[in-house]
Design a protein. Structure first.
Length: 674
């Protein structure tokens, strides 16, 4: 079979002569002039050298060859004319190279350059696809680069419906797009090659042409009006889920008349509710001296009506309201704190109603009432016994600054000596690192030590609520625990250790450590990399006899994935010992800013090293991970050897992720097995 070649015109070097001449200097005259002219000559010479180097680099060329490949038939395309266009950014370097047998060769392409190879078919027999590549540096004037298969797929016409769950009418204002390009999507022109659905107003469906055998995820921004809030929620639908403000249709190329129902996420109007609360003692007598606080803004919103003998509360209500009653003392009786929550629900048959929750009073209740503008509620205050019997009402951890707020049933004393903020520092120590430790050679110990951080304590609501916060910035990617010890009664005469008022959490990766898709790699954990053993002997000097073998593949992700709203990966194929195979594996790595895969600690040690895990942490031995560094791993579904120069083993996958700033990135990676 014949390869079809196209050659670019050589780059002219005539511009080199523009600065070739230097100024002839006669040093018999003015020395100051001579010095100035010599300086100019030096500058000219430097400019000549720099320009010469730049032009030589630009003149270096690469010959790129490959095959346009039918993904389904697993052979070069035939019976259709494929046209390959080469671009650098938006600049066309090669307008078109046509091939009828799928094979092509293009000469004269610039070395060390990011290029786009756009494969198109005028007859529509295959779906057009772009391939982002980087040419290697040219060791000599001309270098050959075989880029392998450019996989394309026959088309499939996909239609799907997006319906309003209430009315059943079609939702037409969403824009669905997806990508099937190969290579990193960081290329600035990636958006130009998206697949975009069109809405068919006559049929009330979205229609799109997609590659039948390439996995494509369609996505649509649910913040249609751009106000920062999503306008729809997912009600029902196969292959559909929402991450952040995006509706995702997974494996859209396999959908057949899919129907997705969305509920209109209308912003609840704010209204004023008047809540009249009768606070009674055990004998049914009204109690004065209490106050009710709106938990949303920490503002007292109640006044006592002595004539009617109830508390009048006027507050804004958007479908939810939380009121707290701090503990108080009236006529030598101390009453516990309490909470009233009002939540609006909708019944399709009877309309709106309110759900009332009371907590911390003599009887904790949950019941429904009619949704009126003015409400009348009655609660029985809970007197504290002479015995100090405080309880934890609730607690909250701030996701932004990791402040921890606790609510107790009655006033308490909480001092610096009673609280702590600790974290675990993990270390991996090999036996031959020092002669002064207690770790014998041949052993590696994973140990941990507890460290502490300084905290502030802020009290409120008659000393029934406390907010704990770190004084100094917290370490990224570290697990912390707030511990609250013994609580004291206000007069310090009694103490109690309340159950479940501690809180553990893991800090996210620092914002400066942004996620980079190029940090992702794949490893078979076989104690080898590229056919070379990673650690040839244990710390006792005994050689490892572990042989190079295939192993289960795991995708490795940096801890910076904690900064993402979502990250989804679809494995589309793999190469085993030089032979390509299709595959389908869908992995949800991060969803709703929640990492869904395992975190593991890297341990660099020979296979015959005895690793003692005294820290009881998850760890990985035999991989290319750095010692003592955490990464996230996910099983990708294959079992392969290392990738080597003469024995290719690799996995190809599509990915899509969204940062917390809302930037969505997608593309394709081919990862060699480490």
């Amino acid at each position: 079979m014949k390869k079809h070649a196209f050659k670019l015109a050589p780059i002219s070097l005539s511009v080199l002569f523009s600065l070739a001449g230097c100024i002839e200097v006669d040093d018999s005259g003015n020395k100051q002039v001579v010095t100035s002219l010599n300086q100019q000559n030096a500058i000219l010479a430097e400019q000549n050298a720099l320009l010469s180097q730049q032009l030589q680099e630009e003149a270096a060329t690469i010959t790129v060859s490959g095959a346009v490949f039918d993904t389904d038939a697993f052979m070069p395309v035939s019976g259709s004319v494929a046209t390959v266009q080469v671009l650098k950014g938006e600049t066309v370097l090669v307008d078109s190279v046509s091939t009828e047998d799928g094979l092509f060769s293009i000469e004269g392409l610039p070395a060390s350059s990011d290029l786009s190879l756009y494969v198109t078919f005028s007859d529509g027999s295959y779906v057009d696809r772009v391939f982002f590549i980087t040419t290697p540096p040219a060791a000599e004037d001309v270098t050959f680069d075989d880029i392998g298969y450019l996989s394309v797929s026959k088309p499939v016409e996909v239609s799907f419906s997006i319906l309003d769950s209430q009315s059943g009418e079609a939702i037409s204002d969403l824009v669905f797009s997806g990508t099937s390009h190969s290579g990193t999507s960081s290329y600035s022109t990636a958006y130009m090659y998206q697949h975009v659905a069109e809405f068919d107003a006559d049929e009330g469906v979205y229609r799109i042409t997609l590659p039948k055998y390439l996995d494509v995820t369609l996505r649509a921004n649910l913040d249609v009006n751009g106000d920062g809030d999503v306008d729809y929620d997912l009600a029902a639908g196969n292959n559909a889920y929402i991450v952040g403000d995006r509706l995702m249709l997974v494996s859209a190329n396999e959908m057949v008349d899919n129907v997705v129902s969305l509920s209109v996420d209308a912003e609840s109007p704010v209204e004023t509710k008047v809540i009249n609360v009768s606070l009674l003692d055990m004998d049914g007598n009204p109690i004065e001296g209490a106050s009710f606080v709106n938990d949303e803004n920490e503002t007292v919103v109640s006044e006592y009506n002595a004539d009617e003998q109830y508390y009048v509360i006027s507050a804004d209500f958007d479908g939810y309201l939380s009121l707290s009653m701090p503990s108080f003392t009236q006529e030598e009786t101390t009453y516990s704190s309490g909470k009233i929550t009002i939540d609006r629900y909708t019944n399709s048959q009877t309309g709106d109603y309110l759900r009332i929750y009371t907590n911390g009073f003599d009887t904790n209740l949950s019941y429904n009432i009619e949704d009126y503008d003015e409400l009348f509620l009655a609660v029985i205050a809970n007197p504290t016994a002479d015995l100090f019997n405080v309880q934890l009402v609730t607690s909250f951890l701030s996701a932004e600054d990791y402040d921890y707020t606790v609510y107790y049933s009655e006033p308490v004393l909480l001092t610096d000596e009673q609280v702590s903020l600790t974290y675990e520092r993990v270390a991996v120590t090999p036996g031959n690192e020092s002669t002064e430790d207690n770790i014998p050679v041949g052993f590696t110990y994973i140990t941990s030590t507890d460290e502490s951080a300084s905290i502030n304590i802020e009290s409120g609501k008659n000393s029934t609520t406390f907010t704990l916060s770190a004084v100094d910035p917290l370490l990224p990617g570290t697990e912390y625990t707030y511990e609250i010890g013994t609580l004291l009664s206000p007069d310090s005469s009694q103490e109690i250790d309340v159950y479940n008022d501690q809180r553990s959490f893991t800090t996210s990766v620092a914002a400066s450590q942004a996620f980079d898709i190029n940090d992702v790699y794949i490893d078979n954990h076989n104690y080898y990399s590229n056919g070379t053993i990673l650690v040839s002997e244990n710390t006792a000097g005994v050689a490892s006899n572990y042989t190079n073998r295939s192993g289960s593949l795991y995708l490795h992700f940096p801890t910076s994935i904690e900064t993402l709203n979502y990250l989804v990966v679809n494995v589309t194929g793999y190469t085993q010992n030089g032979v390509d195979y299709p595959d389908t594996e869908s992995l949800d790595i991060v969803l709703n800013n929640n990492v869904r895969v395992s975190k593991t600690l890297g341990v660099v040690a020979a296979a015959n090293e005895d690793v003692r895990n005294e820290a009881s942490v998850s760890y990985t031995q035999g991989s290319t991970m750095e010692n003592g560094v955490y990464e996230y791993i996910a099983y990708s579904g294959q079992y392969l050897n290392d990738n080597e120069a003469d024995n290719v083993n690799a996995v190809t996958l599509n990915y899509e992720y969204q940062t917390q700033d809302g930037e969505t990135v997608s593309g394709t990676l081919t990862l060699p097995v480490m």
